[in-house]
Design a protein around this ligand. Structure first.
Ligand code: 13P
Ligand code: SF4
Length: 308
């Protein structure tokens, strides 16, 4: 089935089923073009809450679809590829987090949105790469339990000056966790006029070399606003699709084209699977009601803190 046929059929099925397609910035170009909204983890969560559609097809990894389900318990959320995990989310289990919570009963628990639902339900606050620093800064406590991404925890500690208790101490993205300072030096030598943007899931010594550190949507904003015409993109290579669509006319170079440049989990989601998801009404994401309620409460608490 070619992409043109799939795109036509997806548009027809979306209407027929009263569905919207939400897609992460790392998705293939063909998926981004047919999606109703493309964004970073935070904006996708907000969109999932705002949509009036009965059915949400989530073109992203599993924790994102679970997040959308938790925020929309009465709606149907479909994941085109339910086995798309995440090396950060999959490193933290609820039991480990429960034990840490018990050891520090008066310390707030801040979890990165890249967590599985059962662990996330135990969080006081749920943050994304675009909100983590602001949220931790606004908390009254000078000590915070934070997980499961080790590099984001270091970045938050550096930006807020607060003490971070990491849970677990070794969460790591298969893409950003492999970035090195040499990659940045080589990119600067090859593209001397380019600004370097780095995602905060990268090692702190790499983030320190950046002109800009931020989430995928924040990178889009930065590249749109900045006077430079050329950028090195220190995040997963699918991001180049989003930049091509949203910041036309500027030039983008991936920081890495090596074996870890593309997230193997994000790559599992294809246009054909999005089509099959709508056609066959699969794979419906289920989250226990009490888990969904706890996640929604933590997400709303976080939102209030950010907006207050
Ligand atoms: P953001 O799009 O929120 O920056 O997240 C990046 C990511 O790695 C999601 O898996
Ligand atoms: Fe997880 Fe990294 Fe893949 Fe994002 S890019 S889904 S953080 S492994």
């Amino acid at each position: 089935m070619n992409n043109e046929y799939l795109a036509r059929e997806i548009t027809r099925l979306k209407r027929e089923r009263g569905a919207v397609v939400l897609a992460h910035n790392y998705m293939d170009y063909g998926i981004q073009v047919i999606a109703d909204f493309v964004g970073d983890s935070y904006d996708l969560a907000l969109r999932a809450m705002e949509t009036g559609a009965e059915v949400i097809v989530f073109a992203g990894v599993r924790f994102m679809a679970e997040q959308a389900k938790a925020l929309n318990y009465n709606r149907v959320v479909l994941a085109p590829e339910p086995n798309a995990g995440c090396t950060i989310a999959d490193v933290l289990d609820a039991e480990t987090l429960r034990r840490v919570r018990e050891a520090y009963p008066s310390t707030p628990v801040v979890l990165y949105v890249n967590s599985n639902a059962d662990a996330k339900a135990l969080a006081d606050y749920i943050v994304t790469s675009s909100t983590a620093v602001r949220v931790v800064k606004r908390l009254r406590s000078d000590v915070v339990i934070f997980g499961p991404d080790n590099n984001l925890a270091d970045y938050v500690a550096h930006m807020t000056g607060k003490k971070i208790i990491k849970v677990p101490p070794n969460g790591r993205c298969v893409v950003h966790g492999n970035y090195t300072t040499d990659m940045v030096s080589e990119a600067r030598a090859r593209y001397p006029r380019a600004r370097v943007m780095i995602h905060p899931e990268s090692p702190p010594e790499v983030s320190r070399l950046a002109d800009f550190v931020g989430s995928t949507n924040q990178m889009i904003d930065y590249a749109s606003r900045d006077s430079s015409m050329e950028f090195v993109v220190g995040t997963e290579v699918g991001m180049l699709n989003a930049l091509k669509i949203k910041v036309p006319g500027k030039v983008f170079h991936p920081l890495s084209t090596g074996p870890y440049a593309r997230c193997p989990f994000m790559a599992m989601i294809t246009l054909e699977k999005v089509y099959r998801s709508l056609r066959d009404f699969v794979h419906e994401i289920e989250v226990p009601k009490s888990t969904a309620e706890a996640i929604k409460e933590a997400f709303e608490r976080t939102r209030k803190l950010l907006e207050g």
